[in-house]
Design a protein. Structure first.
Length: 170
């Protein structure tokens, strides 16, 4: 397949790539950016594509790996921001809040409890809280799904223990 045929076939796959990208990003603008990066990489690595290979699968792999690499960089650079923004105390403990000052103390306690979690528990927990599925977290960290479930469970138990004074009705 020559480069012009290759480019034409890649462009024909853009709509299916967009759907797949939206599955990962849950945001249309980010999905469009991801598709654009994927297409650029496909054009750049044309010489690595082997004739007879499933082009769509090859493009999906590029897209998935591009997303994972982006997310890894984002997690590393935004780790501090994630820790402070992960849980909103007003969502979790609305009924126990009496005034603005109390909510400030609750938020500080939640942030403190989150910061004390070991990274191996914190990151899977925060990703799950952000809406990622177990299998997505497992793929990202390259660990079994059972390990992801265990780490999230342990994180919940540790947070529950540290935040026991805020338990409703207890």
């Amino acid at each position: 397949m020559n480069k012009i045929e290759f480019n034409t076939k890649v462009v024909q796959e853009v709509s299916s790539l967009s759907s797949y990208a939206f599955y990962f990003t849950r945001d249309q603008e980010n999905a469009n950016d991801l598709v654009q990066d994927t297409v650029l990489k496909a054009f750049s690595y044309y010489n690595k594509f082997k004739d007879g290979t499933n082009l769509q699968a090859w493009l999906y792999t590029i897209l998935k790996n591009t997303f994972i690499n982006y997310y890894r960089r984002k997690v590393k650079t935004n780790a501090i921001i994630l820790k402070s923004d992960t849980i909103s105390s007003s969502d979790l403990y609305k009924s126990s809040l009496r005034n603005g000052a109390e909510s400030k103390f609750v938020m500080e306690d939640i942030e403190g409890a989150l910061s004390k979690l070991a990274e191996e528990y914190y990151y899977p927990f925060s990703m799950y809280y952000e809406g990622y599925k177990y299998h997505e977290i497992a793929e990202y960290f390259q660990i079994p799904i059972g390990t992801v479930k265990t780490r999230i469970h342990v994180a919940r138990q540790q947070l529950k223990k540290k935040l026991k004074p805020y338990a409703i009705g207890k």
